[in-house]
Design a protein around this ligand. Structure first.
Ligand code: AMP
Length: 397
């Protein structure tokens, strides 16, 4: 059985065709600059030459049509016809307060995705366009929505409610939703399997990419997670500030004579490690600058580690213990020094890192010593595979 996984951004579309017999990637690719001049599709299939198509893609509909043509192309394709595709799984950013799990798309599901446009203004409209483009290109084929917010729906009220007037939760569903949910779900479950942990293990996952978040879960069910109503809250990210005192917004708006939308743009796009260091949003550049003596880069990295260590401490308290701490995503999978620096804060938990085991990138491995009281693991995330598994489970019952 073959599952097509689609991840639509406002001007991009990423895809993977996965053979679920052995969970291997048959082909993957990217459509860029959808709706902009110079649209381009890059298609890759193992053992074949890369296939690049430069053709106008005014909307996601034309992009999906090109993806179908690439997948079935006589030379570069991997299937004879789209009949070979069992179902399509879509990453959808926000499912609001409605969906606690992935779901087969029907008109009600599309209505909810639309109702959540204001909660995910950049992603939800694109996600819906991707679904509708697949419906048009492959009539009758099941589409599954896998929400980034589903994992966070496992939280109890005490974790997801903000201490603001309750009416805003009732009227507008203002609450903590959490994001990177598919990654946190995949990594926390994989950690239990790979780390030979008990079924109800207490796991903290540090998803450290350009966007970044930390989650706490027991037996794969979310207890708490650092992102909130939107993906801005929590730890320091590439360009996002993470937690700030809301008074800062008013204070800077008044001094700089800007409005709250401009301020939020600054918190989303010009803050984080970029804003602190003044160097870059890429942690490799910031690490290099710090090593060359750039003080702002160094303090940015120090603050980054410190904030993550604080979250790990808080989540350990929330769960009354922790069995495993996992690192994943761009920084978490590739930066051994960052993993080591964060774990250096955790001596009080009996965490001990084995430098030799930690000297890896992008590979599933226990990186703590055998006598460490908490297992520390590197678990590469695989959101596409998680989406494909959810899609298969819902469409072949
Ligand atoms: P992601 O969003 O998961 O794709 O992660 C992207 C981020 O990972 C980039 O912004 C880089 O800062 C970071 N990254 C990738 N490789 C490394 C590395 N070797 N060392 C430090 N950071 C890295």
């Amino acid at each position: 059985m073959k599952i097509l996984v689609i991840n639509c951004g406002s001007s991009s579309l990423k895809y993977q065709l996965i053979d679920m017999e052995n969970e291997s990637v048959l082909a993957k690719g990217l459509c860029e600059r959808i709706g902009i001049n110079g649209s381009m599709l890059t298609h890759k299939a193992p053992g074949k030459d890369n296939y690049v198509v430069e053709k106008d893609m005014p909307t996601h509909k034309e992009a999906i049509e090109l993806v179908m043509a690439a997948l079935t192309d006589a030379k570069y394709g991997v299937i004879k016809s789209t009949d070979e595709i069992t179902a399509v799984g879509h990453r959808v950013l926000h499912g609001g307060n409605t969906y606690t799990e992935s779901i087969v798309v029907n008109p009600d599901v599309k209505k909810v995705i639309r109702e959540c446009f204001d909660l995910g203004p950049l992603h939800n409209p694109a996600n819906l366009m991707g679904i509708e483009a697949c419906e048009a290109a492959m009539p009758g084929k099941p589409n599954v929505a896998v929400f980034d917010t589903s994992f966070g729906m496992g939280m109890e009220e005490k974790a997801y409610l903000y201490a603001i007037p309750y009416e805003y939760y009732e009227k507008y569903k203002v609450r903590r939703y959490g994001f990177h949910g598919t990654s946190h779900m995949f990594v926390s479950r994989e950690a239990i399997k790979f780390g030979n942990l008990k079924k109800d293990a207490k796991v903290i996952v540090c998803h450290l990419g350009n966007g970044a978040s930390v989650s706490a879960s027991i037996g794969g069910k979310c207890v708490d997670t650092s992102m909130g109503l939107a993906p801005l809250e929590g730890i320091i990210m590439g360009t996002r500030s993470g937690d700030v005192d809301p008074t800062i917004l008013q204070f800077i708006c008044n001094h700089e004579k800007i409005d709250v939308n401009q301020m939020l743009n600054i918190l989303n796009k010009k803050s984080g490690i970029l804003g602190m260091s003044g160097v870059s949003s890429d942690f490799r550049d910031v690490g290099k600058a710090a090593a060359e003596g750039n003080k702002r880069a160094q303090v940015g990295l120090d603050a980054y580690d410190y904030r993550i260590a604080k979250y790990i401490g808080a989540y350990t308290a929330a769960m009354n213990g922790v069995d495993a701490i996992c690192f994943t995503a761009g920084v978490g999978e590739n930066d051994k020094d960052c993993r080591k620096r964060i774990c250096a804060y955790l001596g009080y938990l009996g965490v001990k890192i084995d430098d030799e085991r930690n000297n890896i990138r992008g590979e599933e491995r226990v990186i703590s010593t055998d006598d460490s009281k908490v297992k520390v693991m590197l678990i590469p995330t695989n959101e596409e595979l998680a989406i494909a598994r959810e899609t298969l489970a819902l469409t072949t019952k």
